[in-house]
Design a protein around this ligand. Structure first.
Ligand code: PLP
Length: 427
């Protein structure tokens, strides 16, 4: 039952421009990328991106009974009812047409006010704020709007599985920077600066982090901002977990630092904070020239974000705060249980400061991360995601999501304890 054998995430070694290979197309070739006469039918940059290792893992889970899933990266809560009701009301009132390409003005204005209050940054809702179909679309728009063929974009390793592929699909080259458990998986500004070349166009950062739970301290963010300004780099900042920060730690939006708003594309949304993954609605905030580039792609590729979802999001911004706070409190309780639980079991786990993931090391068990995840699933029906699905530097770790019930996490920890008893290096 292989989980992620050739679903390795994209790494710079796979890049045809760097290796001279015709594209790391084993996964794509298996999907029929070549035609009968041998000519590639699927574009090289698409072939260079392996399929999602996580997706395949979920397919395996779906075929099994009684699995406790710590694998899926989405809230177990359903969307708070008043938000869903606003969506239902939108249908009842016949709001079933396209909106403006930019999204409902009312929603953009509400988001602009909310961001001014929370981030201290003013974005013009008419020229700098776009409603997108999830942060997923925002990432694609940001990458396609700024990348010329061969441009390099610095990304953290490990990082969210879609980040490097977004760069590759836009014709760019992701340059992964190893982050380490010993440094709380924070991006090291010195390592970033050392990786800059004349081709470097942007820095893609995403804190709080999926998969590590890392949150960047303000001085680190200031150092990164200073590097971006000095080297005239753009920044794409995926801040989808901005509301999920715990234990006195704070999230600083990089656009709020001096001189950064004008070089940063900030992406945020409702999927995680308001348990709205299925509605597919988010926002992108960017200086007007980058905004115009993104809008051009969005209007041809997407037209507008789902209208009903936009009305629901409007209610989320206006009246969703109490739900965000309540869900965050519950995640925090589960977070404490999970990371302390892993450490008690001997799986070293740095304190996750944000998002809803713990990223313990499994190296001391004698299993590599893929075997650990596979055997844990088979023997104890607990699903975690191998850390190498998020980049080479994730190897030796697994991602466990605590957006699942407290009782299930307790049960999962018990099962993991039993499993560890039989691990190769068990005493
Ligand atoms: C870091 C990060 N960015 C973006 C997304 C996708 O967000 P959306 O549902 O808004 O497309 C995810 C989902 O897991 C994520 O973890």
């Amino acid at each position: 039952m292989p989980i992620a054998s050739n679903d390795r995430p994209y790494s710079s070694d796979d890049d045809p421009r760097r290796t001279g290979a015709a594209g790391a197309g084993s996964a794509a070739a298996a999907q029929g990328a070549g035609s009968a006469d041998g000519a590639a039918r699927v574009a090289e940059r698409v072939q260079a991106v392996p399929g999602s290792g996580i997706r395949r893992f979920f397919d395996i889970i779906a075929s099994m009974d009684h699995v406790i899933s710590l694998g899926v990266g989405e809230p177990d809560f359903v969307t708070p009812w008043p938000i869903s009701e606003a969506g239902i009301r939108a249908i009842e009132q016949g709001h079933t047409h396209y909106t403006s390409n930019l999204g409902l003005l009312e929603l953009r204005e509400a988001i602009a006010r909310d961001l001014e209050r929370r981030y201290g940054v003013e974005w013009d809702p008419r020229e700098e704020l776009l409603i997108t179909t999830g942060v997923s679309e925002g990432l694609d728009l940001a990458a396609r709007a700024i990348i010329n063929p061969g441009d390099e974009v610095i990304v953290a390793d490990p990082s969210y599985a879609a980040h490097a592929p977004a760069v590759v699909l836009a014709g760019g080259v992701p340059v992964p920077i190893t982050t380490r458990a010993s440094q709380g998986f924070a991006l090291d500004p010195k390592a970033v600066e050392a990786a800059i070349t004349p081709r470097t166009k942007a820095l893609l950062i995403a804190y709080p982090s999926n998969p590590t739970g890392a949150v960047l301290e303000r001085p680190t963010l200031e150092a990164l901002a200073e590097i971006a300004r000095r080297h005239n780099l753009l920044v794409i900042s995926d801040e989808i977990y901005d509301r999920l920060v715990y234990g006195g730690f704070e999230h600083t939006p990089i656009a709020s630092l001096p001189g950064m708003k004008e070089r940063t594309i900030t992406l945020g949304g409702f999927s995680k904070s308001h348990a709205m993954t299925g509605w597919r609605v988010a926002w992108a905030a960017a200086p007007s020239d980058l905004f115009a580039g993104m809008l051009k792609i969005h209007q041809y590729a997407m037209m507008s974000a789902p209208t009903v979802a936009q009305y629901a999001a409007l209610e989320a911004v206006r009246a969703g705060e109490e739900y965000v706070v309540a869900m965050r409190e519950e995640y925090d309780r589960r977070r404490q249980l999970m990371w302390r639980g892993f450490n008690k079991l001997g799986l070293a786990c740095a304190e996750p400061r944000g998002a809803f993931y713990a990223f313990p090391s499994v190296a001391q068990t004698g299993y590599d991360d893929e075997t650990f995840a596979e055997q844990l699933l088979i023997q104890e029906q607990v699903a975690v995601v191998p850390g190498s699905a998020f980049g080479a530097a994730g190897a030796g770790h697994v991602r466990a999501c605590y957006a699942t019930s407290y009782d299930e996490i307790e049960d999962a920890l018990e099962r993991i304890g039993r499993f560890l008893h039989y691990a190769p290096l068990a005493k």
